[in-house]
Design a protein around this ligand. Structure first.
Ligand code: AMP
Ligand code: MG
Length: 337
């Protein structure tokens, strides 16, 4: 099929919404990363999303709604804590896992009896949801396993010919996917995937925030994933990525001993003075690193990098999300010096 490229005009936004309403799949901008949007209640449309991505059938899709008041339409119950969290964080990059009702087909929830609900803040995404009149299931718009797309060109690279259209709404603001949480009683939440809504921010609303240990390490043999996405290799370019944890001088020393054809470093902005090896930078602080990370991983592929040594980011704030994506891109290969 030919993939139409829409711009963010009222006319094109309506056309994208109309396609989704009619069961088609459209690449759509959000404030986190680009999504592959389809009517969450239309089994055939959702099936086409899984097929376009090559996504394992047990990895559930997040359902996007225009306002959190609509969460009760698709869930069996919405606890008081969810409303409190929504008041502070919706619209925005927070996904809450709640018990689903029969309106959400099993294919959308990857066979689980829960559904991840999010209210995106991106104005284009918001209009598309409102105009289509359906809740929109939207995983990241990359081929499964590749880095997530943060602009329309990335979506075209992966999806051209596989989906009906892509809407170009500019570069994604945050650059990493939403924070996914489950709720535990009236006061506690568990972070299943870190994002721009950080532990510190959640603690403004909840008494207790648990960071699931699988965020920072590989699942052990036989260990059950609380979030199916934890099981899969993710965010990886073609190059072999290795994370290197250490001070800049140690990192330089390490590269001097491990340099060779096709080897690139991914370092912080500010590290590049007297760095006599091939490198890309991915930002000076955690927010910038979140914003640039996936684009840099794609650029490293374009340039034909074979091995990429990444200087490990700090794990504070949104840095935990950057670290989590990188450790998965590296298939958990970390060198500590
Ligand atoms: P993506 O669609 O690429 O943004 O990935 C969505 C992530 O959210 C995956 O890691 C899923 O496993 C996770 N997720 C979505 N829905 C649920 C759910 N109902 N329970 C647990 N994790 C979920
Ligand atoms: Mg994804």
């Amino acid at each position: 099929m030919e993939t139409i490229l829409f711009r963010d005009t009222a006319e094109d936004i309506s056309a994208a919404a109309e396609l989704i309403k009619n069961g088609e799949v459209v690449g759509i901008p959000t404030e986190t990363v680009y999504g592959l949007g389809a009517d969450a209640c239309n089994e055939k449309a959702v099936k086409a999303v899984f097929a376009a991505k090559g996504r394992p059938a047990d990895n559930p899709l997040i359902v996007h709604i225009a306002d959190f008041s609509q969460a009760s339409l698709y869930t069996a119950s919405v606890p008081a804590l969810a409303y409190k969290l929504a008041e502070r964080f919706c619209p925005g990059p927070l996904t809450m896992v709640l018990p689903k009702n029969e309106k959400i087909p099993m294919i959308t929830s990857g066979g689980l009896d829960t559904v991840g609900i999010r209210v995106p803040s991106h104005p284009v995404m918001h209009s598309i949801i409102e105009r289509s009149g359906c809740p929109i299931a939207a995983p990241s718009a990359n081929i499964s396993g590749l880095p997530s797309p943060t602009c329309a060109e990335h979506v075209m690279e992966d999806m051209n010919g596989r989906i009906a259209a892509v809407l170009d709404g500019g570069k994604s603001e945050f650059g990493v996917e939403s924070t996914v949480i489950s709720l535990d009683g009236d006061e506690s939440v568990r972070i299943l995937r870190p994002g721009a809504v950080t532990k510190e921010m959640l603690l403004e609303v909840c008494r207790n925030v648990i960071i699931d240990p699988a965020i920072l390490r590989e699942l052990k043999d036989g260990e059950r994933a609380v979030s199916p996405g934890m099981k899969y290799k993710h965010y990886s370019p073609k190059a072999d990525v290795v994370m290197v944890e250490g001070e800049l001088d140690d990192f330089k020393n390490f590269i001097s001993q491990n340099n060779g054809d096709g080897v690139y470093s991914l370092i912080f902005d500010g590290d590049e003075a007297e760095f006599p090896y091939r490198y890309f930078t991915y930002g000076a602080d955690s927010s910038e690193q979140a914003h640039w990370l996936f684009q840099r991983l794609r650029e490293l592929d374009e340039i034909g990098a074979e091995k990429v040594y990444v200087r490990a980011p700090l794990k504070d704030g949104i840095g935990l999300a950057v670290y989590n994506r990188l450790i998965r891109a590296a298939g958990f290969e970390v060198i500590r010096i």
